[in-house]
Write a protein that binds this ligand. Sequence first.
Ligand code: ADP
Ligand code: MG
Length: 240
Amino acid sequence: MEEQVKRVEKMAIIGEMAAGLAHEIKNPLASLSGSIQMLKGEKGWEPHHEKLMGIAVRETARLSGLVTEFLLFARPGSGSPVPILVASVVEETVALLEQDARYGHHVGVEVLVVEGLTVRMDLGHLRQVMLNLLINAAEAVPDGGTVIVSGYRQNRNAVALSVKDDGVGIDPDIVKHIFDPFFTTKKEGTGLGLSIVHRLLEESGGGIQVVSCPGDGAEFLLSLPCDPGGPSPRELRDRC
Ligand code: ADP
Ligand code: MG
């Protein structure tokens, strides 16, 4: 028991140090990336220099994406909980996904969220949760794949939200690892998407579960704190 407590304490200290380091890296990295962008814009580069410049721009962008993601995981903070209309955040993030050249062309997203459904949490956190889940779903489906986002009031205190895809699904051997930081099965993955989702939901007083069969898609089931001032389940049902 004592050993376990020591281990948890040690992990917390290492986590804090890593977060501190990531925070310190952020500013010099931003200057570096800005300087390289400006240099790349200058005229008179030889073609092979342009190619090298392109690599430097791409890799600094990848590094700053990783640092930003890591900080979101390590230091999410509780944010500012406010009442949020679920449908508007879902539609906004779906539009972001559809505009993205990497995913927009091959995935169809259907939204079935009960009208007027509200939750109480930080707006930025909910946007991030939705985006991470939608990106994973889009990466898991083949061309012409479908993602369904649905939401309803689960009970007095919670709203249920589901993000379901008909993609490759998740192997039972790896399903227990998918929320671990840095766990990825993708060539260019950071393995931070789901650990951020898990962390942000935990901070908001919600939770997440996954149901999946290999070859038969995956469904992420979220439980979110509802807005106490919002409409009751009966009022919402009457609107359907
Ligand atoms: P990354 O997307 O960078 O790999 P994530 O934390 O977002 O990291 O996801 C971790 C792993 O969980 C993925 O590499 C993938 O194996 C699995 N995964 C997540 N979402 C899905 C999904 N919708 N369908 C199939 N596998 C998924
Ligand atoms: Mg991901």
